[in-house]
Design a protein around this ligand. Structure first.
Ligand SMILES: [Zn+2]
Length: 273
C-alpha cells in the first residue's frame, strides 16, 4: 500500500479563559463577539474535508478550542511527517477599517513558490467576492523551524466591515477552503498521484478479495455437490444390494405348495348286527 500524502493544517490561536489563571488562552482578533480562533478552526475543518476526499492524511495542530504553543504546533505537524504546513488566520488592522484584502506570508525563500500557488488558488476562488489580492510577502519570524512548504493564510480582514460580513458566511468560508485546497493541488502534483496510486492499490486488493471469495464459493459448491453425490451413490448401492438380496431370497427353494387334502366324508355307519 502506498503511504498517504500528509498535510498539516494549523487553525490559528485558540483557547478560552478558565478558572485556572495560569492557563493561557488566545482568541486572536476579536470584534464584538466574533473571534478569530473560531473562524480559523471552522476553515481548517472545511479544508480537511476537501483534502480527505483526495485521500490526503490531514493532521490538525488543534481540533478544538484549545491553547497550543507555536513550537508544539510545529512538533505535531513534524511528528506525522507533514509535507505541507498551512496556518490559517484572518487579518486585522487597528485604527483603519478600510484596510482589506487577501495576503499570504511565508517564512523562508524555499516556501516562496508554495505561497504563490496558495495565493493564486485563493485569488481565483475569492474573486467573485471582490477580495483584493495583496499577494505574498516573506515574514521570517513565522514558523522558523519549518523544513516543508509553509504559509500563513490571511484571506480577509475581520476589522473591515464588508469582509467581516463575508467571513460570517458559509459560502465565503467554503471559497477560502477551496482556494487553499486548489493551491495545494497545484503546488504538488504528488497529492493527486498518490490518490490515484491508493485507488489502484485498493481496486487491486478488492479484485483479489472478490476472486478469493468466488473461489471459496466454488469450493463450497463443489463440497455440496460431492456430499450429494455420496448420498445418491450410497442410496443407489443400497438399492442394488437390497434388490439382489430380495432376488436371492426369491430363488430359495419354496416349500411345496400345501395340497389341500380332500377328505371323503366317511359315513359313519353304525352297523348293528
Ligand atoms: Zn491570527
Amino acid at each position: 500500500m502506498p503511504s498517504p500524502y500528509v498535510i498539516a493544517i494549523d487553525p490559528g490561536h485558540g483557547g478560552s479563559p478558565t478558572s485556572d489563571p495560569t492557563q493561557l488562552w488566545d482568541p486572536g482578533v476579536v470584534v464584538g463577539s466574533i473571534m478569530e480562533k473560531d473562524i480559523t478552526l471552522d476553515l481548517a475543518l472545511r479544508l480537511r474535508t476537501l483534502l480527505q476526499r483526495e485521500r490526503v492524511k490531514v493532521v490538525l495542530t488543534r481540533s478544538s478550542d484549545q491553547y497550543v504553543e507555536i513550537s508544539e504546533r510545529w512538533n505535531r505537524a513534524h511528528a506525522v511527517g507533514a509535507r505541507m504546513f498551512v496556518s490559517l488566520h484572518v487579518n486585522a488592522y487597528d485604527g483603519d477599517s478600510t484596510i482589506n484584502g487577501l495576503a499570504i506570508f511565508y517564512p523562508k525563500p524555499d516556501s516562496f513558490s508554495f505561497a504563490q500557488a496558495i495565493d493564486a488558488g485563493l485569488a481565483q476562488t475569492l474573486k467573485r467576492f471582490q477580495i483584493a489580492d495583496d499577494g505574498v510577502a516573506i515574514k521570517p519570524e513565522l514558523w522558523v523551524r519549518t523544513d516543508v512548504p509553509t504559509v500563513t493564510v490571511e484571506p480577509a480582514y475581520l476589522t473591515n466591515p464588508r469582509e467581516r460580513g463575508l467571513l460570517l458566511q458559509d459560502d465565503f468560508r467554503d471559497a477560502i477552503a477551496m482556494g487553499v485546497f486548489q493551491g495545494m493541488l497545484a503546488a504538488d502534483p504528488e497529492i493527486e498521484e498518490t490518490k490515484v496510486q491508493l485507488a489502484h492499490t485498493e481496486a487491486a486488493a478488492t479484485a483479489q478479495r472478490l476472486a478469493a471469495e468466488s473461489a471459496s464459493a466454488d469450493a463450497a459448491r463443489t463440497a455440496t455437490a460431492t456430499r450429494w453425490g455420496l448420498i445418491i451413490g450410497g442410496l443407489a448401492v443400497l438399492f442394488v444390494v437390497m434388490r439382489a438380496a430380495i432376488r436371492r431370497q426369491s430363488r430359495l427353494p419354496q416349500p411345496p405348495a400345501y395340497r389341500r387334502r380332500t377328505y371323503r366324508r366317511r359315513r359313519s355307519v353304525s352297523r348293528r348286527y
